[in-house]
Write a protein that binds this ligand. Structure first.
Ligand code: A2P
Length: 270
């Protein structure tokens, strides 16, 4: 089924508290993943790492899913990184969007993967799998991240090598940006691994942590609640297993109203 998105109709039917924005660009990475950008309403404020409810009119009704904003809080455009699920209620339609189409966004962002939810530390780990990299795409382009931490380690694990490409593109974009590259310097480390095909680094992040390989390769000490902070975003199982390793190392979970040593958020699908 093809979704008909007409700007006039959509806007006319808009409930209060919803923005109708214009798609600016779409990049397809694999048959499962794509990235898109859209206009940012002047009044939409969010903190880097938060998510918003994104939607389309489907069969005359608005349908929303939670999406981390992948662009940083200072950016003029909004960017998102999405999975494509063949029969996913929203993503079967969203994967077909083209520049000029309208995407809906609820006005209130939220989320726990924000710098304010962490107590001061030296090193910030961002553990992600699959589309769980999206909130970190925002945070690695946020100058405040580098004001607060001496070292920022972004881990990204996917089933296949092609699924890592968005992460590589992001890091290249930072390196090629005059202002950001100056701010980021050599503080950012991108640590990518793959689990279901050959690659220079194979294995789940939990296994790379347990075996000590992660810390050896980075040349850093084992996790320490004195110095290390972490954010986790991935599937429910990945969150559970990674959280257990952080807790075993003595780190405690925080929240917006109770900053601590790590925070977690599900990577949303559907
Ligand atoms: P694996 O291929 O061994 O399942 P998914 O697409 O299923 O969310 O998986 C994305 C990545 O997360 C895959 O590389 C997958 O590895 C890995 N993964 C899945 N479950 C866990 C877990 N419990 N802990 C750590 N990594 C996981």
């Amino acid at each position: 089924m093809n979704v008909e998105v007409k700007t006039e109709d959509t806007t006319a039917a808009l409930p209060a508290g919803v923005f109708a924005e214009t798609v600016l660009s779409v990049t397809h990475y694999t048959d499962r993943l794509f990235r898109f950008s859209m206009t940012r309403p002047a009044s939409f404020r969010f903190r880097s790492g938060e998510f918003a409810m994104i939607g389309l009119m489907v069969d005359g009704k608005p349908l929303y899913r939670a999406y981390s904003v992948a662009s940083p809080a200072w950016a003029e455009e909004l960017e998102f990184f999405s999975i494509k699920v063949p029969d996913g209620p929203l993503t079967q339609h969203l994967q077909k969007i083209q520049p000029g189409d309208t995407v809906l966004m609820r006005k209130k962002p939220t989320g726990t993967l924000v710098l304010d939810a962490l107590t001061p530390g030296k090193r910030l780990y961002m553990f992600s799998t699959g589309t769980g990299i999206a909130p970190f795409a925002s945070l690695i382009r946020e100058p405040e991240t580098y004001e607060k931490f001496e070292q920022v380690i972004l881990t990204h694990t996917c089933r296949e090598v092609a699924e890592l490409q968005y992460g590589f593109d992001l890091v290249n974009e930072i390196r090629n940006d005059e202002i950001l590259s100056e701010i980021v310097g050599d503080k950012l480390i991108h640590y990518a691994s793959v689990t279901r095909e050959p690659f220079e680094r194979q294995g789940r992040i939990t296994d790379l942590m347990s075996s000590g390989r992660l810390f050896e390769e980075l040349g850093v000490p084992l996790l320490d609640p004195e110095t290390d902070r972490a954010m986790i975003c991935g599937s429910t199982e990945m969150l559970k297993d990674t959280k257990a390793l952080l807790e075993a190392a003595g780190l405690t979970e925080g929240a917006n109203n109770k900053p601590s040593e790590f925070v977690i958020e599900r990577a949303f699908v559907g």
